[in-house]
Design a protein around this ligand. Structure first.
Ligand code: AMP
Length: 358
C-alpha cells in the first residue's frame, strides 16, 4: 500500500521503542504529527514521549491489527523488524521504507551482493554456511579476515577476527555457529558514514560526511566534516544516493564506509534507519535526520540541510551517563539523555553535541 501526503494531526506508527524512536517522535511532535509506538518492552524510552503506545511482541497479530487501524503510515527505528511483521502491516497500511528492503539489509551476504552489483566496492567476501566451508573461504579471502554472522550483528556482536594463529573453528564457535560471511580485513585509515534521506518524490538529500571513532566496537565520537578530500566526500555522497535510489527508498538511511589510504572507499554496511552517526544533526544542522525521516514518510518535501559549523557528537555509554552534570555546564554543549533507567556496560544512555565555528 502507498499513501498520500499526511496532514498535520495524522499519526505515524513506529516499530521499535529505543532512543531512535524517541527522537523520531520528538521530531514528529514539532511538526504537529502524532506518533504511536509499538515495542515489546514496557520500559521503552520512546513510550514516554508519544501520544499512544502498544506494548506487544512483533508477532502479536491482534495487537498489530489494532496498531495498523490507528495509524496513517508505519515506519521503523531498527532494522531487525521480523519480515512477517512488516508484511502483515503492509497489507493494512503503508509501510515505509518498503519492507522488501529489510530482506537485503538484514542479511550481510545479500547486502554486500547488492552493493557489489551496483559497481560499488566492498571488502572481498565469501559465504560460509557451515564449518566445512571455512577452509576454502579462508584460502580465497586470505588472513587476516573477519567472520561475521549473516544476521543480527550490531556493535561488533557476532564477529570474530581470524589472524595468522587463529583456529578458524574457534572463530566459528565464537560467533555462535550460524551462517556467516567471511570478509577480508580492511586496513582502513578512517571510518565515515553518510546519512541520506529520500523523499516520496525521489529527491535525495545527504548530510555532510561524518567521521566515526569507535571504542570496543561501539560508536564513541562522530565529527563533521570528515577529514576527506572533496573528491572522496563527493564519492561517498554519490554512493549513498545510488543506494537510496536503487532501493526506491523512502526515509533516512545510513551508509557506513571504510576509507583507505589514498581515499578509496569501501561500503561496510547499510542501516535502513536513522543512525547514531547522524545525531549531530539535531543541534548542528538546520534540519535533523529525525525530521528528514518524518518528512519523508509523511510524504512531505525534504529539507535542504545547512550545517551550523564544525560539529562533534560524543556518546554517553554505560556509566559515562553520570557525566551529564558536568556536560550541562560546558558552554555550548547540548545534552541529550534517553531516559533509560538501567545503566549497563555498552548501553547507549545519551549523547552530547558541540558546535564550533568553522
Ligand atoms: P560492523 O558490525 O560490520 O559495522 O562492524 C563493526 C566494526 O568492526 C566496524 O565499524 C569496523 O571498525 C570493524 N570492522 C568490521 N568489518 C571489518 C573489516 N572487514 N575489516 C576491518 N575492520 C572491520
Amino acid at each position: 500500500m502507498s499513501g498520500a501526503a499526511l496532514e498535520p494531526q495524522a499519526t505515524i506508527g513506529i516499530l521499535g521503542g529505543g532512543q531512535l524512536g524517541r527522537m523520531l517522535a520528538l521530531a514528529a511532535a514539532r511538526l504537529g504529527l502524532k506518533c504511536h509506538v509499538l515495542a515489546p518492552s514496557p520500559d521503552s524510552p520512546a513510550f514516554e514521549v508519544v501520544h499512544r503506545v502498544t506494548c506487544a511482541d512483533y508477532n502479536d497479530t491482534e495487537a498489530l491489527d489494532r496498531f495498523a487501524a490507528d495509524v496513517d503510515v508505519v515506519t521503523y527505528e531498527f532494522e531487525n523488524v521480523p519480515a512477517e511483521t512488516a508484511t502483515f502491516l503492509a497489507a493494512r497500511v503503508p509501510v515505509l521504507p518498503d519492507p522488501k528492503i529489510l530482506a537485503t539489509t538484514q542479511d550481510r551476504l545479500a547486502e554486500k551482493t547488492f552493493v557489489g552489483g551496483l559497481g560499488i566496492g566492498t571488502a572481498a567476501f565469501a559465504a560460509v554456511g557451515q564449518p566445512a566451508e571455512l577452509a576454502a573461504a579462508l584460502a580465497h579471502i586470505g588472513r587476516p579476515a573477519v567472520l561475521k554472522t549473516r544476521r543480527y550483528g550490531y556493535d561488533g556482536k557476532g564477529q570474530a577476527t581470524i589472524r595468522n594463529g587463529t583456529d578458524p573453528e574457534a572463530a566459528w564457535r565464537e560467533v555462535g555457529g550460524q551462517p556467516c560471511i567471511l570478509e577480508a580485513y580492511v586496513p582502513f585509515e578512517r571510518e565515515v558514514s553518510v546519512v541520506a534521506a529520500r523523499g516520496t518524490d525521489g529527491n535525495v538529500e545527504c548530510f555532510d560526511v561524518t567521521e566515526n571513532e569507535h571504542r570496543d566496537h561501539i560508536l564513541k565520537v562522530s565529527r563533521v566534516p570528515a577529514a576527506l578530500s572533496k573528491a572522496a566526500s563527493q564519492e561517498a555522497r554519490r554512493v549513498a544516493e545510488v543506494i537510496a535510489q536503487k532501493f526506491g527508498y523512502v526515509g533516512v538511511l545510513a551508509v557506513e564506509l571504510f576509507v583507505l589510504r589514498g581515499g578509496a572507499l569501501l561500503v561496510n554496511e547499510i542501516a535502513p534507519r536513522v543512525h547514531n552517526s547522524g545525531h549531530w544533526t539535531l543541534d548542528g544542522a538546520s534540519v535533523s535526520q529525525f525530521e528528514q525521516h518524518i518528512r519523508a514518510v509523511a510524504g512531505w518535501p525534504l529539507g535542504k540541510p545547512i550545517r551550523h559549523g564544525r560539529v562533534e557528537m560524543i556518546n554517553l555509554i554505560g556509566e559515562e551517563v553520570a557525566d551529564y552534570r558536568r556536560w550541562l555546564s560546558v558552554p555550548g554543549a547540548c545534552v541529550h539523555l534517553y531516559g533509560k533507567a538501567a545503566v549497563r556496560p555498552g548501553r547507549k544512555m545519551g549523547h552530547v553535541t558541540r558546535v564550533f565555528a568553522e
